[in-house]
Design a protein around this ligand. Structure first.
Ligand SMILES: [Zn+2]
Length: 230
């Protein structure tokens, strides 16, 4: 079942909430699980009008959501808001879902290796800092594919290690060359001085989650982040 990755009182007095759905909650890519008529997730009412779902393209564009449901369908891979009740939705099935928490705002990021190379995470930290006026950003990372299951070509690993450091190299459970996406995210956030808490689940190993790598599924789980009045 969907579970809460974070519920945090922010310095502004607002409450930031971050929820992650699982396969059992339905396919977040078709609108049934989130924003559909049934629109609830972990007991939180998330309606079609309040949810901002993006058209994700593994790029680095970030939208600033200035009203509940604004920017829905925008071609972007990240969103930030300082508006209470605006539900920011990221769909994933192996890529890394990242939530960013500021003093009075929240953000979400769809972070696969292409988007990370393009700087989507740095750009979202910058956007949140601008919207929020704070420098005290923190991050929460949800389930994504682990190096155990993420075989990756050597050429790509050379480029990624040059950009993010040698810790991004790993081995699969079979001993093949693998990419450690957690290490890429950790590298970016360390440089940005953003503390981060990781969820340890691997979407490929763990049957609770959809995994594109494991099954080729078009289905997705979702991370949803939003603000409530304290
Ligand atoms: Zn795995």
């Amino acid at each position: 079942m969907a579970r809460e990755l974070a519920r945090r009182s922010l310095p502004s007095g607002r409450i930031a909430r971050v929820v992650m759905s699982e396969a059992i909650d339905g396919d977040a890519s078709d609108g049934a699980a989130i924003g559909g008529p049934e629109g609830s997730l972990a007991g939180c009412l998330i309606t079609a009008s309040s949810a901002t779902k993006l058209r994700q393209v593994h790029g680095a564009d970030v939208v600033v959501v200035d009203a509940p449901g604004a920017c829905k369908g925008s071609v972007a891979d990240a969103a930030v808001t300082d508006v209470v009740g605006a539900h920011l939705v990221i769909q994933v099935a192996d890529c890394v879902p990242v939530a960013l928490l500021g003093d009075c705002s929240v953000g979400v990021v769809h972070a696969g290796w292409r988007g990370l190379r393009a700087g989507v995470l740095e750009r979202t930290v910058e956007a949140l800092t601008t919207v929020d006026g704070t420098v005290s950003v923190s991050a929460v990372v949800g389930p994504h594919i682990g190096p155990c299951c993420y075989e990756f070509g050597e050429d790509g690993l050379i480029d990624l290690a040059a950009q993010f450091g040698p810790s991004v190299r790993s081995k699969t459970i079979d001993g093949g060359s693998a990419l450690n996406l957690s290490a890429v995210v950790a590298s970016v956030l360390e440089r940005a001085q953003v503390p981060v808490a990781f969820d340890g689940a691997c979407t490929s190993c763990d049957d609770r989650y959809w995994s594109f790598r494991a099954t080729g599924t078009p289905r997705r789980q979702a991370m949803v982040a939003w603000l409530e009045e304290g």
